[in-house]
Design a binder for this molecule. Structure first.
Ligand SMILES: C[S@@+](CC[C@H](N)C(=O)[O-])C[C@H]1O[C@@H](n2cnc3c(N)ncnc32)[C@H](O)[C@@H]1O
Length: 162
C-alpha cells in the first residue's frame, strides 16, 4: 500500500530540525532503509526505533547501522505499524502515502501521549493543524503537537471555530 521511497537528504534534515531540542524515544513508522532512525540516534534520541515490514529493508537498515558504528544501538523491528502500540512514543516521524494518513490520524490521536510531537515528511496530515512547517516542495515537513491537535479537535467537536 505504501511503497519504499527514501527521504531525501534535505527531507531528513527538515524532519530532524522539527525535533530539535526534544529527547526520549523516537520512532519512524515505515522506516525504509533506516536513515531517519539512524539520524535520530546520532542526535541523541533513545531509544531510536524503526518499524518496517520489508525484510530486505530491515537488512539494509542493519547494514547501514553497522557501517556507521551504530549496530545494536538503533532498533529496527519487523512490525506492521498499524499493530504497534504507540502509547510511550514522544517523537514520531512518518513518510507515508496520503491515502493512509486519515486512518493514521485516528490511530495516533488514540494512542500518543499529550507531549508527543509527530513530524510528517512530504505529505501533511489531512485534517490536523500543524504547529510549524519547514522546507518546500518534496522536502517540506510538518510538525504536529498532539496536545494542540487534541485541543483543536475538542473545540471542533464543541462547535467552536479554532
Ligand atoms: C515512503 S517509505 C519511507 C521510508 C523512510 N521512513 C524514509 O523516510 O526514508 C515508506 C515505508 O513504509 C513501509 N511500510 C508500508 N506499510 C507498512 C506497514 N504497514 N508497517 C510497516 N512498514 C510499512 C514501506 O515498506 C516503506 O519502506
Amino acid at each position: 500500500q505504501v511503497p519504499y521511497v527514501p527521504s531525501s537528504t534535505k527531507q531528513v534534515e527538515n524532519v530532524m530540525s522539527l525535533l530539535k531540542g526534544r529527547a526520549g524515544k523516537m520512532v519512524d513508522l515505515g522506516s525504509g532503509d533506516g536513515r531517519i532512525v539512524l539520524e535520530a540516534y546520532k542526535q541523541g534520541f533513545r531509544p531510536a526505533v524503526g518499524y518496517e515490514l520489508n525484510p530486505w529493508l530491515l537488512t539494509l537498515s542493519n547494514y547501514r547501522a553497522w557501517r556507521t558504528g551504530c549496530y545494536g544501538k538503533v532498533f529496527y523491528q519487523r512490525q506492521d505499524l498499524w499493530k504497534v502500540n504507540l502509547c510511550d512514543c514522544n517523537n514520531v516521524s512518518v513518510f507515508l502515502a496520503p491515502s493512509v494518513l486519515p486512518l493514521l490520524e485516528t490511530k495516533l490521536l488514540a494512542e500518543l501521549p499529550d507531549e508527543a510531537r509527530v513530524v510528517s515528511g512530504r505529505f501533511p496530515f489531512p485534517t490536523w493543524m500543524p504547529t510549524i512547517s519547514v522546507g518546500e516542495g518534496i522536502n517540506q515537513s510538518w510538525a504536529y503537537d498532539i496536545k494542540t491537535v487534541r485541543q483543536i479537535e475538542h473545540s471542533k467537536a464543541e462547535g467552536n471555530p479554532e
